[in-house]
Design a protein around this ligand. Sequence first.
Ligand code: APR
Length: 192
Amino acid sequence: MPNPLIYRVQINQATIELIEGDITKQTTDAIVNAANASLLGGGGVDGAIHRAAGSELLAETRTLGGCQTGDAKITRGYKLKAKFVIHGVGPIYQAHNTLVQQQLASVYRRSMELAEANGIRTISFPSISTGAYGYPVEEAAPIALKAVIDYVIQHNGFERVAFILFNEQITETYAHALAQLAKLYPDIIKVL
Ligand code: APR
């Protein structure tokens, strides 16, 4: 029985990995914020990133005029180790709602597009929408991973994409979803 949990894969020259940790501590070129449409800060990841980046981050996000659900906008990282913050707005969960599923996939895709357009080659994502926005992790993980895997298969601008997951349970849920997806792309996804 192949390993039911997978934490690292290689697709072309890109590594996708799952790490239990705090997104504000990551040293990737960019970290992605689980923001709300106002882009004016909040709790969870949003609160942690704004606290770590300092007040200049809010001063910049104020100039952006908000962000649609499923879309993303980019700012500098200020006091963070990461040079950039990509503010992605995930959907608020509604069961059996295909629009919400599309919006969740879209926020990952749009974040990757923005990163590539800004020459970013290493990026860290949180588990968007699975906190205050109520998205069950076991439903969000396959959507998030597939959106990133499909992007990395079609574009070769990335070296490393990390999912920074806040506890062991979330990390294992993503590792199970990654193992399932790896079976769908046996010739493309190399398990590390
Ligand atoms: N690093 C990594 N992951 C974190 C961190 C952190 N420092 N803090 C929280 N998380 C995890 C949560 O455990 C959850 O799995 O990030 C995931 C997303 O949770 P939220 O931050 O609540 O984001 P979301 O569910 O997308 O809700 C967004 O909450 O903070 C407000 O302004 C934000 O209105 C927006 C809403």
